[in-house]
Design a protein around this ligand. Structure first.
Ligand code: KIV
Length: 275
């Protein structure tokens, strides 16, 4: 297994081909979400491999209960901001609900817009065998696709819950088949969301393409988290798969309170902050 040092490999531009090579060489893939210029700039500077402009922006940026209301226009707006910041990371854009499921033509039109108008490296689509023809066609015409299996937030109305998926043998078996079908259709990686670790290990060992886990245990070829979750900004959201690397909600509250107090008592701005 090799681990490259982000401090010395700043010039390393990540492509979908490179992501496939990382699986072959055993180098773990680090992916995080970003929705704006500043966060994307920090992520890129410290060497994250993949930046996902996730449709989770529907929840954490727009305040919706689900990702369903997110539009292609929303994704393009946020992806453009991210794109302006990124030099090295591979940018992947989530395609929102009903922008690709409806037909191959719609998928080509909407994914094509994202690739052409934003200039990112790939798109991500949720779903298994039932979207294989769409994936195959997109890949054939030059649009790299990342797959997404397990918990599918866009299918919340079908399942009614965000609980762990594929805990029963029938669903686990279907997921294994879906992974093989997606790999065969040409995806360059597959996100595995909230499934048992053992199943994620089996999928990871059985497909040629890298798996990227979120709540899928340590055996995946890479990991992804929603950036606001790992920064501790979504305080009330506490699933066991999130590791908090900072407690920014508290830092922000303290800063805002101090600012309000300083303004109210008249100590801000001071001499040094005035012209
Ligand atoms: O939208 C998103 O952020 C995602 C990740 C959770 C994988 O799909």
């Amino acid at each position: 297994m090799s681990v490259s040092n982000p401090e010395t490999s700043r010039q390393r531009v990540i492509t979908t081909k490179r992501v496939l090579e990382m699986k072959e060489s055993g180098e773990k893939i680090a992916m995080l979400t970003a929705y704006d210029y500043l966060v994307a700039r920090y992520l890129d500077a410290v060497g994250v491999d993949i930046i996902l402009v996730g449709d989770s922006l529907g929840n954490v940026v727009q305040g919706h209960e689900t990702t369903l209301p997110v539009t292609v226009e929303d994704m393009i707006y946020h992806a453009k901001a991210v794109k302006r910041a990124v030099r090295n990371a591979l940018i992947v854009v989530d395609m929102p609900f009903m922008s690709y499921q409806t037909s191959i033509d719609d998928a080509v039109k909407n994914c094509g817009r994202v690739m052409k108008e934003v200039g990112v490296g790939a798109v991500k689509l949720e779903g298994g065998a039932y979207i294989a023809d769409i994936v195959r066609h997109l890949v054939k015409i030059g649009i790299p696709v990342m797959g997404h299996l397990g918990l599918l937030p866009q299918a919340i109305n079908k399942f009614g819950t965000y609980e762990v998926r594929a805990t029963d043998p029938t669903e686990a078996d279907q997921l294994l088949k879906d992974a093989a079908i997606l790999a065969d259709a040409g995806v360059f990686a597959i996100v595995l969301e909230k499934i048992p670790s053992e199943l994620a290990r089996t999928v990871t060992e059985s497909v040629r393409v890298p798996t990227i886990g979120i709540g899928a245990g340590p055996s995946c070829d890479g990991q992804v988290l929603v950036v606001y979750d790992m920064l501790g900004l979504t305080e009330e959201f506490k699933p066991r798969f999130v590791r908090r690397y900072a407690e920014l909600a508290q830092v922000m509250r303290d800063a805002f309170r101090k600012y309000i107090e300083d303004v109210k008592v008249g100590t801000f701005p001071g001499e040094k902050e005035s012209y």
